[in-house]
Design a protein around this ligand. Sequence first.
Ligand SMILES: [Zn+2]
Length: 353
Amino acid sequence: MADEFEISLKNRIKGFVTTLHRKWTGAGRSLPRFKIKNSNWLDLNFNIFGEIENIRVLQPSTSSGRGRPKKLFSESSERSKKRKIKHLAPGSTTSEMRNRTSCLNIFSAYDHVLNAKKECYPKNIRITETSCQVPLQDLLDHTIIRILKIPNIKMPENIVDNIELLCKWGCDGSSDHSQYKQTFNESSSLTTTDYDVFMFSVVPLQLHFTDEGGGNHILWKNPRYSSTRFCRPIKFDFIKETVKSTQEGVEAVKSEIINLHPTIYLRGIEEVKIKHTMIFSMIDGKVANSVTQTSSQTCFICGCTPKDMNKFDNMDKYPVKPETFSYGLSTLHAYIRFLECILHISYRLDFQT
Ligand SMILES: [Zn+2]
């Protein structure tokens, strides 16, 4: 069924373009003459949705009418408005652009879109042929500034410190990437390959502050803390994930964390300090083994080996390293094959019908 709204809108734009073309050629394609000749016309307000909003789609009066009655553009929900004008800007799927169009009935200038995109990048990104990284301080400063731009976040009036950004960070390697026959120019080019990528990232979890009474207040909370959408890359390299590269990379980030200073946010002339707490927890078993220098068969929490894993009487004698608790549970102690016993019993039973 043809959409009344779409047809009306198309006709309206077509009419406008035709008039504009007639007036433009009438003025001999000269901008000053065009302005003088059409000053009254130019003062008019061209509201593209104006009258169309009032066109009510005719409802069939008999039982042949099916489906829900159509609403006016102005009566539609935000979601329906976005859907109705979606085809006007093919390819522009950013919610910002669609929101703007639904509120103001205009499209943003492309320059503004580019500038908004530039603001999404932190400062001092260093890119080489085989790696890309950003100083952790710059990344966290940028993260905080972007979070504070969210309209419903209200910075507390009287608090200038005791504000904290809680983040988790970690690393992982990925291999088996396509290798392209492009040579690397750098001196280490003979050993460099784009087969492996090793990357570090950080995820902001919560921005909160403590008031004078010691109460904890959350300013912003990550709505999807396991989503890659909130993953902010610290660095990535074309190197293989090995024990050595993991340890070196983790040490480098840890030294950056030690040297972090609070982000200073200017509220008028007042300086608000926001400190950072980084939790190294976003890792898998391989990284945990590399960092704790244990083999994958050894428990990284207590150092128990497979040989002693079933000696339950000795289990409490192994010294526990509390600093490894953030790496998660060591699944080696869970006897994952214990269901085999039940399986073997079930083999001997008759089929139940
Ligand atoms: Zn253990």
